[in-house]
Design a protein around this ligand. Structure first.
Ligand SMILES: [Zn+2]
Ligand SMILES: [Zn+2]
Length: 335
């Protein structure tokens, strides 16, 4: 058995929480009257400006709504699109987000195979994500055939529509099969229901420009959330590489999770919260936690136990949940 001997302050690959720049809050999935949304592009920007967001990607169906034609209401608007593609293994058409694309670009037809459209978006320089995989009826095999940076782990709009907005299962299976996907939180706002401010991303970028934000998103320097903040996650190898320490810092939360393959996951609560027997005993002011260090003894489980069979790609994810059931999840940290 081979153990790493190097001590690393950052993962071999994965999100950098302490990189230069600042955190910016944004929604990367939104529709307007340019497709099937209920409000104009300028009113959509106003809606997210009112929520305190820093940036917005308007992703109308099969058309790029040019930010130059929109009153941004102070937001940074990233020219983007949601392409329709055909067809999943189970026969459904599905949707692919392209974040950061020249508004004058001529788009491929809606009948294009997803593997063609996703590769095409990548060639245009966009960050590429499979939208709402569960809602679309996509299999992980479908996703593995696409050229994508990641998937929507949580899509608030389809959660409200059908309770099919989550794809954490798809995500974790893909990671175990060797994909290195990141996981978005988005609204998929159509302005039909209360489909805004439900899930979003916090991006660590050097500046609030489309170029810097898209670069950071492609690099995985963001996390998804429906409420809490993940302020820092970093890895440290100690004891000559035999022990992996995962240092996590969040806003006040009820629980933190280290997600590894299968049963190799951990959780932690405040010491008093672990003994709760009734909801009436919950006292968030006293029972919240903001930091924890998970220790993984690699001599017990073995580093390979953190990889899928045959991939050699070891990873963990970090998540947390607040007392309102709001959740935040990091992108995978590979080690
Ligand atoms: Zn869609
Ligand atoms: Zn959509």
């Amino acid at each position: 058995m081979i153990f790493m001997t190097a001590t690393a302050a950052t993962p071999a690959r994965g999100p950098h929480f302490a990189g230069p720049g600042a955190w910016f809050r944004g929604n990367l999935h939104c529709h307007t009257t340019e497709s099937d949304g209920n409000v104009s592009p300028s009113d959509a920007a106003a809606g997210f400006a009112n929520l305190g967001y820093d940036f917005l990607a308007i992703t109308d169906h099969d058309r790029i709504t040019d930010p130059a034609t929109v009153d941004a209401h102070g937001l940074c608007l990233i020219p983007s699109v949601e392409l329709t593609a055909s067809a999943g293994l189970l026969g459904t058409e599905f949707h692919i987000l392209g974040i950061g694309i020249d508004p004058s670009t001529v788009l491929p037809p809606r009948t294009s195979p997803g593997r063609v459209s996703s590769a095409w978006l990548r060639n245009q320089g966009a960050a590429v994500f499979a939208a709402h995989p569960h809602w679309s009826g996509l299999t992980v095999d479908d996703l593995m055939g696409l050229t994508i940076d990641g998937i929507e782990a949580c899509n608030g709009g389809t959660t409200l529509d059908s309770l099919k907005g989550e794809a954490f299962t798809h995500w974790d299976e893909g990671l175990l099969r060797g994909a290195s996907w990141t996981g978005l939180g988005t609204d998929d706002t159509h302005w039909h229901t209360l489909d805004r401010g439900t899930a979003w991303v916090m991006v660590r970028a050097t500046e609030r420009t489309p170029g810097a934000l898209v670069s950071a998103i492609k690099a995985g320097n963001f996390y998804g959330t429906t409420g809490p903040a993940i302020n820092d996650v970093h890895l440290e190898f100690v004891d000559d590489g035999r022990v992996l320490k995962v240092h996590v810092h969040t806003s006040p939360v009820a629980a933190m999770y280290l997600s590894g393959p299968g049963a190799r996951s951990r959780h932690t609560f405040h010491e008093t919260a672990s003994a709760i027997t009734s909801v009436t005993e919950v006292d968030p002011a006293r029972m919240s936690i903001t930091s924890h260090t998970f220790e993984v003894d690699l001599t017990v489980s073995g580093p390979a136990r953190y990889a899928g069979r045959g991939t050699g790609q070891r990873h963990i994810r970090v998540s947390c949940m607040d007392w309102n059931r709001g959740r935040a999840w990091s992108n995978p940290l590979f080690f």
